[in-house]
Design a protein around this ligand. Structure first.
Ligand SMILES: O=C1O[C@H](COP(=O)(O)O)[C@@H](O)[C@H](O)[C@H]1O
Length: 259
């Protein structure tokens, strides 16, 4: 498992633009090397800002969107047209504006979808989607995602794995139903930490003073039960992309000049 690298940006807007540029470069390189790529999307303010920056970038056309498998790290279990839904936000920010292959956009079920309000069935169905898309070279029933984008909460959650919650103790399943989340909406579907750790690259992206304690704890060896984001690591690379305020409680990191 890779040790963590940290890059600090002067502000959130720069972070989002730079992460979008980094994504284009990495996806193009992956597609050139092996023909296609896989990307796990995140909800949250920073994750969606990155997708918006990607939409605005002329370089986005360098990506072959038709040869990209898209997954989600977590989803709020609400109706499909609810503004809280991570999929809806990602579609509005980017996916409705680029020629993705609908068969390769693997969204989690909504609460008015085929499983109705049965969040356990929705989670089990997404685990099956992952298993169906795993190739022999993945050596398991979860794809080895090329890049997994994640955000984090001030209390240390990532995806919808919250501190001390049942999800953080999960070691077998790749996807779980999550209930009683401290952050609304309360019912969600989430990849588990073991599924996230199947990723080659994990990019943790966040901004703001409210995230500074969680960032500092995760990077100083906190346990994943108390600080789940500490358990989000990539096989090849774990990259933290932070703005100055989110990085304000870290020592020994390069601080960029004020923009
Ligand atoms: O609810 C969620 O929150 C986190 C962080 O979101 P932020 O707006 O505080 O940056 C996000 O990573 C997760 O995907 C989302 O469902």
């Amino acid at each position: 498992m890779a040790s963590s690298e940290v890059v600090v940006y002067a502000n959130g807007e720069l972070l989002a633009a730079a992460a979008a540029a980094r994504l284009v470069t990495r996806l193009v390189d992956l597609q050139a090397a092996k023909g296609s790529a896989s990307l796990v999307l995140t909800g949250g303010g920073t994750g969606i800002a990155v997708l918006e920056q990607l939409r605005r970038s002329p370089a986005r056309d360098a990506v072959d969107w038709s040869r990209l498998d898209l997954y989600w790290g977590d989803e709020r279990f609400v109706p499909a047209d609810d503004d809280e839904r991570n999929e809806k936000q990602a579609r509005e920010a980017l996916l409705d504006h680029v020629p993705v292959d609908p068969k390769r956009v693997h969204a989690m079920a909504a609460s008015d979808g085929e499983f109705g309000d049965d969040v356990d069935a929705a989670a089990a169905a997404y685990a099956q989607v992952l298993a169906d898309n795993a190739r022999p070279e993945d050596h398991g029933d979860v794809p080895q995602f090329d890049i997994c984008l994640l955000g984090l909460g001030g209390e240390g959650h990532t995806a919808s794995v919250f501190p001390e919650s049942p999800a953080v103790y999960e070691t077998e399943r790749s996807v779980v139903a999550v209930r009683n989340c401290p952050k609304p909406p309360p019912t969600r579907v989430s990849l588990t930490l073991p599924a996230i750790r199947r990723s080659h690259d994990v990019w943790l992206m966040t901004t703001g003073e409210a995230k500074a304690d969680a960032v500092a704890l995760a990077l100083s060896g906190a346990g994943e039960v108390q600080v789940p984001v500490a358990g989000a690591r990539g096989q090849r690379r774990t990259l933290w992309l932070l703005d100055r305020t989110a990085a304000s409680k870290l020592s020994n990191v390069y601080q960029p000049p004020t923009a």
